[in-house]
Design a protein around this ligand. Structure first.
Ligand code: CTP
Length: 407
């Protein structure tokens, strides 16, 4: 159990802070909500008190003998400010201490994550850009906002990222510290394939696999948090796009190949996390296959699908890093890492992220454990952790091998 301070400033997205609070408490954390007075125009203190089980105050004049304005920050393992309005960012950057939340920010020794939400004009204003740069320079994490519908009819960057994304990233920072979300991918373009392809047999049936897309989503979310411009080529994943991430939806291996080859042309890093079907039915029936009909198949001839990773490697642009994944099992011939090394050499990619799936772990599960093999001989074993924690380790391995602007 960790002690999390959830700061809430005064924007309409404050209602989502209640959902985030719920996710934190369900994960077993002790949460102290510190709203600004403005936040309480949107959500009542009673909501935060009931959901957190802790008292809620906004000023430094309550609970004076406890010296709350100092103690809350000192005792925290993590501070998350969601939503962080333009005004809150300005006051934090200026070192103000005019309410309990800003006083808490000045006394916190732990990692601090700001989750901005505001109108696009405010987010893009030079004053806000400077404040964000100042906070990042001091070691705070400032997530980019999601792009989409804002309060009122307009849309653009400025939406609060979904609470589930924020909770997943907060978990990584609790486990690994602020460095896990350092802005070291700023200015890089990355493309990530995720999910599993479906190869049609007829209009309603397909050959598929058990990939959930969770690891690919985590890779995208962490890369976006670290400043990358992220495109997810998503094969049959039914999940909302992580904040700031562009999603290109595909179905089959052929569609995935076309999308990846096109997106990779402009990318600094191409990550093949999708489970691509190696085979597809030679023909897909135009109408539904019926039992007992003359057309009832007695077998399904399969043909090979293209190897997208191998093709990305051959078409790689100068300085581009190509990363593959391998879900391996050990067998009578060799153990998991021996098979993986052979695959790394066969595919020719720069890094191969290896999952041991011997016992059926990984698919659809929240946790993962991987080894990253590098073509230069490097071996990095990442400790077991959430798929977001593993994603952070993978991006660190990638960032170490690619100097900024390396393309
Ligand atoms: N991959 C791909 N195109 C395929 C199959 C796999 O791009 N047709 C990519 C996967 O996205 C992954 C890597 O290749 O990054 C390894 O996938 P895997 O299924 O383990 O590789 P295979 O070449 O199919 O090896 P195996 O013979 O062990 O199935």
């Amino acid at each position: 159990m960790s002690r999390i301070v959830l700061g809430v400033s005064g924007g309409v997205a404050a209602y989502k802070a209640a959902l985030l609070l719920r996710l934190f408490t369900e994960a077993g954390h002790d949460v102290r909500v510190v709203p600004t007075p403005g936040a309480l125009h949107f959500v009542g203190a009673a909501t935060f008190e009931a959901l957190s089980g802790n008292p809620v105050t906004t000023d430094v004049w309550s609970d004076v003998p406890e010296v709350a304005h100092v103690r809350i920050g000192q005792e925290a393992d993590l501070v998350v400010v969601a939503p962080a309005t333009a005004d809150l960012l300005a006051r934090a950057a200026g070192g103000r201490a005019d309410d309990l939340l800003t006083a808490t920010l000045l006394t916190a020794h732990c990692p601090v994550v700001f989750v901005p939400a505001m109108h696009t004009e405010m987010w893009l204003h030079p004053a806000t850009r400077d404040n964000v740069a100042t906070l990042r320079r001091r070691g705070a994490i400032v997530l980019p906002p999601a792009v989409g519908r804002l309060t009122g009819p307009d849309s653009g960057p400025g939406r609060l990222p979904e609470p589930a994304d924020v909770a997943a990233l907060a978990g990584v920072v609790l486990a690994q510290g602020s460095a896990a979300l350092a802005p070291d991918l700023a200015g890089r373009r990355v493309v990530i394939s995720a999910g599993g392809t479906r190869e049609p047999l007829d209009p309603v049936r397909y050959l598929g696999n058990r990939s959930s897309g969770k690891q690919g989503w985590a890779l995208a979310r962490v890369a976006a948090a670290r400043g990358a411009e992220v495109t997810l080529v998503a094969a049959n994943v039914d999940a909302p796009a992580p904040f700031g991430v562009r999603v290109v939806s595909v179905g089959t291996a052929e569609e995935l190949r076309t999308a990846m080859l096109s997106e990779a042309q402009e990318a600094d890093v191409a990550v093949m996390n999708a489970a691509v079907a190696d085979f597809r039915p030679e023909t897909a029936a135009a109408t539904k296959l019926k039992k007992g009909a003359a057309s009832e198949p007695s077998s399904v001839p399969l043909i090979r699908n293209p190897d997208v990773l191998a093709e990305l490697v051959t078409k790689r642009t100068p300085g581009q890093l190509v990363v593959g994944f391998a879900a391996e099992t050990g067998d009578d011939e060799a153990d998991v890492l021996t098979h993986a090394r052979a695959k790394l050499a066969r595919k020719g990619c720069d890094l191969l992220v290896v999952n041991d799936v011997s016992a059926g772990q990984v698919f659809g599960r929240p946790d993962n454990a991987v080894v990253v093999l590098a073509a230069d001989g490097g071996v990095t074993e990442l400790p077991p952790g959430s798929k977001d924690a593993v994603a952070a380790g993978i991006w660190t391995a990638i960032a170490l091998r690619q100097a900024p602007g390396g393309r």
